[in-house]
Design a protein around this ligand. Sequence first.
Ligand code: BG6
Length: 485
Amino acid sequence: MLTKGFPNDFMWGGAVAAHQIEGAYNVDGKGLSIADVMTGGSNSKAREITEGILPGHYYPNHEAIDFYHRYKEDIKLFKELGLKAFRTSINWTRIFPNGDKKEPNEEGLAFYDQLFDELLANNIEPIITLSHFEIPYHLYQEYGGFRNKKLIDFFTHYAETVMRRYRNKVKYWMTFNEINNQADGQHDLHTWTNSAVLCKDEENKEEVITQASLYELIASAKVVKLGKEINPDFQIGCMMAYVPVYPYGSHPADMMASVKVMERRFLYSDIHVRGEIPAYALAAWKEKGFNIEYTEADLQVLKEGTVDYIGFSYYMSAAVTTQPNIKGDPIPDFPEAKMVRNPHVKASDWGWQIDPIGLRYVLNTVYQRYNIPLFIVENGFGAYDKQDENGKVVDDYRIEYLTKHIEQMQLAVVEDGVDLIGYTPWGVIDIISFGTGEMEKRYGFIYVDKDNQGNGTLARSKKKSFGWYQRVIESNGTELSNRDE
Ligand code: BG6
């Protein structure tokens, strides 16, 4: 039992994203999103991005867990779990099916009205991401995604529409989910889901994605400014993936490599929070001969649209070295360094390195860097859950993972003075994995009967961790013990 708790208004919650949970991909006027053309993959097989929907392929997000039709039943369970906050996204393509028209789709707007009403009636605060890998597919086909500056206006119009509509229902917003995932431009999965951009081999991918990212950052700043005009009580944040990259050893060159690799992760929050392009980025662009377009007016927008808080995901840490005798994965455009396994931490079945102390480290470094409130909007343990003979999932490994992370969170709040406003672990209910498209990479406290091929009844049942998280919330994070029910 921890003796000191979290602030009384601490937002204990759970997080998901529309495309991973809702399904109903083509009903009530919804358009195709970039997630709707991603096939199912696995731990060893990457998801494919297809040209539209092709026959003979399985697209797991089309049905997901059918939250669109079952949200009332699910919110009942969230209420029983004791959630004070629920993070999800608005699927842009429900509101603007193509993304570039003026008039919104009323049926899409009405769905989120009902969803938010249901949450509020159950005293659950909606925490809303505006863009969580759900850019309209049409904006890729017609404009090449965020390569095109016009997307700033399309995104702003969409955001303005929903912020006006839900101005009395939603207070906490975030603009682009894990915007810094795409940083080096080398992974199609990330450039696609963050920006609806696919790079050709002959292109300088980092340059392309730096430009697209800057357009997104400008769009985000515009929306922050506009949101404050719509409702001054809005709290509008950014959303970052923070994976701390430690120096593998104490060699000074390893330490410097860690600083340089971390710049990539910090660049986005540096702009979101400080409202200007940092010197290290300007120097790197010049050095690399990048031609990044922006105007004086854009720089002014960045200044005027700084965020109120930083939402971020934390799942794992990583390590970097410059030492020649250690094997690792090369880092594009940084040939003297490579990413290596950290021998001091274990990894999940998907190779994600489990490091609870890394969370305290992130909370400290980020808070010291920016001095604004932080919100952990994703954290969790993806695992293959098995139901026992009574149909129960005994997920002690998940309880252990979360307990250790909450303990570190508590230290950061109580001993380090970090201003942390909430914690919404990822996949409060089992959903489709973003990275692999699997259903069987599960994070939830609530089990959903469905497999990787899409078979199952979609029935919901409580895992052992459900009772555990219920006690955590009830005790405001002081009661973390794992009891047999
Ligand atoms: C984050 C995303 O990258 O991590 C989520 O914001 C995602 O959308 C989560 O689901 C976990 O990743 P995965 O690949 O295990 O689903």
